[in-house]
Design a protein around this ligand. Structure first.
Ligand code: FAD
Ligand code: MLT
Ligand code: ZN
Length: 457
């Protein structure tokens, strides 16, 4: 049976531009080469396509907002890309359950704004909010800038409708708060990166918006000082975000955004800390915490936002780092260790980079409050892409051995996809990977979905 007999030909594209655009995500190391792009409009059409792929031994790559950073939505081997773009309806809100029905292709920021306009708050948030899909956020168990206070995407999924790799439609959890009837299969599909099933609809939880917040931009002396500042702020205040970036990151962001430096002193490390003003005393408590950190010599300088605009500008200094580095096709890592291990870990791997790869320009930034560090290695102008990738992949061996030593994760929030697959064993045991393979064989016996992602079978 031909694809055109399964879905309206108007919902199929094979034009060159679509094949390129829908055959990739944000990573730029893979040549997109899909056979066709299909745009189903509902769960039933998704199910028909998956059943067809099983019958015709076709492979499907599931595509959301294509902002992924680990190649999960890349179609490089003639697969059919199934885009959820047309499943973009925000459904009914249930103010008693504090849930809202969405289709998978709803853009993250559209849901944030829709709930904000009704006086509610959806807290999964990060710089790709304007393009990523809720379905992709669920499939990658997205983290972002507010995990410290609100957790990951996993915490906000009340129920799921999924089409499994063998074409079954599963309706998981029915938005129950309590449901002790065996394994919670919802949590298998969250973070499965499109390898077990295609999320088509979800009931998403929401909460009340935080009280007004203050944003501090601080200059820290070193990594031990960062830990002391984190301890001081988190034990005295309700912090919603605690982010780190280095002077090198600051340099690139100022250059690319034209923003002003927040204060005159240059520091090796900058911290962005967001605090909820829980009571009229909180502003005073923030000042006390800030002054203590200055007196102790942990901070060299800092500023508390005096306006909404200044708070936005502080956040741009952190959130625009990725875009500001894109010109240098950075080789990216997204790792995590226990928060208290960050200084030792960062120092040890920075030493390796400086000693073994002196030509690398390494930009560190991330969600330090979660122990999550993003490492972007910028390609030296005089180095070919092949040579650069070869050196970076070699340096990964040192990075991931260090991660293993610290019991950390080789992928904190961006997933494994294609780019971290070779290193999975640094963070997961053979028994764990075998269990994941068994689960994959159950839900996708013909290996239709996202072939070659996370691990090979
Ligand atoms: P895609 O890239 O389209 O797909 C991602 C994976 O999910 C693929 O494996 C795909 O096959 C699968 N998939 C997509 N939709 C579905 C579905 N409906 N059902 C099943 N599988 C599906 N991520 C963070 O966690 N934290 C951050 O702070 C963060 N910041 C970012 C900043 C920038 C500037 C950029 C470009 C990316 C950032 N990301 C971050 C990464 C990315 O935005 C997230 O991983 C996001 O959740 C991906 O959503 P998406 O819809 O773009 O997914
Ligand atoms: C971020 O926190 O900015 C992202 O995860 C993106 C990145 O690593 O580039
Ligand atoms: Zn991040």
């Amino acid at each position: 049976m031909r694809l055109e007999e399964v879905i309206d030909p108007k919902q199929i594209s094979t034009n060159k531009e679509d094949l390129t655009n829908y055959g990739q995500d944000w990573t730029r190391y893979y040549e997109p080469n899909p056979e066709a792009i299909v745009f189903p409009k509902n769960t039933q059409e998704v199910q028909a396509l998956v059943k067809w792929a099983n019958q015709e031994s076709k492979k499907i790559v599931v595509s959301g907002g294509r902002t992924g950073l680990s190649g999960g939505a890349v179609a490089k081997d003639g697969e059919i890309v199934l885009s959820l773009e047309k499943l973009n309806q925000i459904g009914s809100i249930n103010e008693i359950d504090s849930t809202i029905h969405v289709e998978a292709g709803v853009i993250t920021e559209d849901l944030q704004n829709h709930l904000r306009d009704q006086g509610y708050f959806f807290p999964v948030d990060f710089a790709a909010r304007g393009s990523s899909h809720i379905g992709g956020n669920i499939a990658t168990n997205a983290g972002g800038i507010k995990v410290l206070r609100y957790g990951l995407m996993r915490n906000w999924v009340s129920s799921l409708t999924v089409v499994t790799g063998k074409g079954d439609v599963l309706k998981l959890n029915q938005s129950l708060v309590k449901n002790a009837t065996g394994y919670d299969l919802r949590h298998l599909f969250i973070g499965s990166e499109g390898t077990l099933g295609i999320i088509t609809e979800a009931e998403i939880k929401f909460t009340s918006p935080p009280k007004p917040q203050q944003v501090l931009l601080l200059g820290a002396m070193d990594l031990d000082a960062v830990m002391n500042v984190f301890k001081t702020f988190q034990h005295n205040l309700q912090i919603t975000a605690f982010e780190l970036f280095t002077e090198l990151a600051m340099k690139y962001v100022l250059k690319s955004t034209g923003l002003n430096r927040p204060f005159s002193t240059e520091s090796p490390i900058y911290l962005l800390c967001e605090v909820e003003l829980e009571s009229s005393e909180t502003e005073g408590e923030i000042l006390t915490a800030f002054e203590k950190c200055l007196e102790e010599g942990w901070l060299s300088d800092g500023v508390i936002n005096q306006s909404e605009q200044q708070a936005k500008d502080f956040w741009r200094l952190r959130e625009d780092i990725t875009e500001s580095l894109a010109f240098a096709t950075p080789y990216k890592n997204d790792v995590s260790v226990r928060v208290s291990d960050v200084p030792k870990f960062m120092r040890s791997i920075d030493e390796v980079y400086k000693k073994e790869y002196p030509e690398f320009e390494v930009v560190w930034f991330g969600h330090i409050g979660d122990g999550n560090l993003h490492i972007s290695i910028l390609k030296p102008e005089n180095m070919s892409m092949d040579q650069f990738l070869q050196k970076c992949r070699k340096s990964d061996e040192s990075l991931f051995s260090k991660i293993q030593e610290f019991g950390g994760s080789i992928s904190a929030e961006h997933g494994v996809g294609l780019s971290k697959k070779a290193y999975l064993s640094f963070s997961r045991s053979a028994a764990e990977v075998e269990a994941m393979r068994a689960i994959k064989r159950h839900f996708d016996p013909k290996l239709v979905l996202n072939p070659g992602k996370i691990f090979d079978l």
